[in-house]
Design a protein around this ligand. Structure first.
Ligand SMILES: Nc1nc2c(ncn2[C@@H]2O[C@H](COP(=O)(O)OP(=O)(O)OP(=O)(O)O)[C@@H](O)[C@H]2O)c(=O)[nH]1
Ligand SMILES: [Mg+2]
Length: 214
């Protein structure tokens, strides 16, 4: 396995085991909480499922599509890294689907909200923002929602990621990330599912969160 810089040989963030565990179309059908979970949320088509494949180094494990609204349930995966993290990574349906019916739009909001508020094992939400679109109103709402206290559950950390960085000209990347960080009010990691840029940085952030800074 090689890391995102193309260096050969074992890397700490190689994913040794990646498997699909469950899909839940409503909060009641989620599997019982077991290990620490990191969820991936963001607008439809922003690249959540692609990012999960890149994080897990598996091409087709998570279904992706150029048609917005591909992921319609809460999908749980288990990933074990070479350096010993053993986690659930969770693919959430996207929000802000321009092309879906109102009924369908309504259907997913409560599912995402119930999962984020009520999942005791959820530790962090990776909030994905399209690098070309920047931070939009519903992204800010999600960030605010994740920051709100959860009934009886520990507070959540959010990790803001700007996706599809490969689609921006190189000279525009740094200033775009700075603009996104300012709008989100937090640091932002640039990411590309095409090149895996940003992958080690996101794994490092997850590791720190799950194992603590020491
Ligand atoms: N160039 C480029 N394309 C990407 C990247 N990430 C995702 N895409 C493309 O963007 C489209 C949407 O990707 P998905 O991963 O399915 O997006 P999603 O956020 O899971 O979408 P929903 O499940 O509909 O909410 C697909 O055509 C992907 O190939 C990236 O980093 N670079
Ligand atoms: Mg998806």
């Amino acid at each position: 396995m090689s890391d995102e810089k193309g260096q050969p040989g074992p890397a700490p963030w190689d994913v040794l085991t990646a498997e699909f565990l469950a899909a839940a179309a409503d909060p009641c059908s989620l599997p019982a909480p077991a290990m620490a979970e990191i969820a991936f949320a963001g607008r439809s088509n922003v690249g959540k499922s692609s990012m999960l494949n890149a994080m897990m180094q598996r091409r087709g494990l998570v279904r992706t599509s150029s048609t917005p609204g591909q992921t319609r349930s809460v999908n749980l995966f288990r990933a074990v890294t070479r350096n010993g993290l053993d986690l659930h990574l969770v693919d959430l349906p996207g929000y802000g689907f321009a092309k879906r019916s109102k009924a369908e739009k309504r259907q997913w909001g409560p599912l995402i909200e119930a999962y984020i508020v009520g999942r005791p094992t959820l530790r962090a939400v990776v909030v994905l923002v399209d690098a070309r679109r920047g931070v939009e109103e519903d992204d800010l709402q999600l960030l605010e929602f994740c920051a709100a206290p959860r009934k009886g559950n520990a507070p959540l950390t959010t990790i803001v990621v700007a996706t599809k960085l490969d689609l921006l000209p190189k000279a525009k990347r740094k200033p775009t990330l700075a603009t996104i960080a300012r709008a989100a009010g937090t640091r932002v990691v640039g990411f590309s599912a095409e090149t895996s840029e940003g992958r080690a940085e996101v794994w490092t952030a997850i590791d720190r969160l799950v194992r603590g800074p020491g």
